[in-house]
Design a protein around this ligand. Sequence first.
Ligand code: FAD
Length: 440
Amino acid sequence: MQQTIPPKCTVLIIGGGPAGSSAATHLAKKGVDVVLLERAEFPRNQVGESLIPHFWKFTDQLGVSEKIQQQGFISKAGGITVWNDKIHQILFSDYGYKRPGLHIERDIFDQLLLAYSEEQGAQVFNQVVVKKVDLSGPEPVVAYTDTRGTPNLEGSIQCQYVVDASGHSSLLAHQLETRQTISSAMNFLSLWGYFKNSRYVGVDRQSHSNAELKTVAPVTFVMSHDDGWLWHIILREKTSVGLIVHTDKLAGMNKVQREAYFKQSCARIPYLKDLLSDAGFIENSLQYRPDYSYYASQTCRENYYCIGDAAGFVDPIFSHGVQNAFYNAAVATLAIMEGLKNTKKRVRFAALCENRMQQFYSFSRALSLGDFGCNGVHRDLVKSLMKSMPTLELELMLVASEMTNRSENFKQLAREAGVWEQFSEQFEQQKRGVIEELHF
Ligand SMILES: Cc1cc2nc3c(=O)[nH]c(=O)nc-3n(C[C@H](O)[C@H](O)[C@H](O)COP(=O)(O)OP(=O)(O)OC[C@H]3O[C@@H](n4cnc5c(N)ncnc54)[C@H](O)[C@@H]3O)c2cc1C
């Protein structure tokens, strides 16, 4: 780990999650002088443990796929949903994927990515908290507090570009007052915690003890319940269980009451209670995310870029937050590289990137919130993205949104984009994988 934070650099990145570390890797590989400031000491905990196989194309691009494979994370074959009593199964292999999805411990995964960016030449400083970005001068100046020693040290660093990858704290969007909260009937918050010794749902639709993980591949288990929906994701040493709950359900509850609600729900909800019947809750593992769906109305400008959760977040139903972070990092660093070569066109490159980011987040919002009236969604951008996406990726999303009863926007936009014809009813029936029952 580096000791002295330089007073200047070419690109300053705020945050070392997947968005920040992958942006740092892209730039460092091209020889750019990049500094990354991360407020936590890594490894740090993070939610978001299910990865769908799209993510491999980004890690291939970064050159880090082999390291990920060597980590031995749990491979998953697909997902099973129980939604309003209907049971469905998706197998990634049906959609042409040669590599599996993964269940990852995010502390380990994120640390691996951050260490890799350092190996590629990024200067990484943990336990350094960015306070403010001054965009008033010819170059951004980033003020930080270095908390590595006592007393803490205040400092600043001047750069040509700032990349805000600060996750849901979305530092720049808050500062610039561009952070918009999304209002929809699907107004959710999330509570999640960890269990030891949970059973898991296997690809064979049966429940298994975690000793069987090496012989029967797991799936991510997702289910609707009276107050929202839930996930069950088996990891190597523990199991992540999350409840996505309508905001008003927990209104006014304190921490103790939220924990009681979580434990009671886990002991009550069908299927989940069976999976957890011999499991023990890991004390103090419960976490809570209230400020759920938001987006930044401006993400890219001449000298700053907001990427990953710092640019927006909707709902984790499609398990695509980490891959969004990778995608944004790839697009933003391309624009930055071009801007470094041709300074006169920085505004133009930022505008192109903004267009891409709004397209992507609009797509994400429109698909994740089926009831959503598409406020703040750039419909034409979404339609052009749909036209350019590989059919199999689009099909997988359609089936996932069908399975969770939120496909209205998807279908409408697909019709308007003229890509609906490719999704024949027959295909939907085949791939939707309706199952009669699960054997628990
Ligand atoms: C309930 C829930 C479930 C989810 N499930 C999934 C899932 O199954 N699959 C999936 O792919 N995604 C999932 N996600 C989304 C996923 O967690 C995020 O999309 C992903 O972590 C985004 O990466 P990021 O790098 O943008 O942000 P983060 O991973 O949040 O990283 C941001 C980093 O910035 C640092 N930081 C913040 N402020 C500062 C500051 N001022 N100075 C310096 N550093 C700072 C933080 O410490 C952090 O390390 C889920 C999200 C939620 C809320």
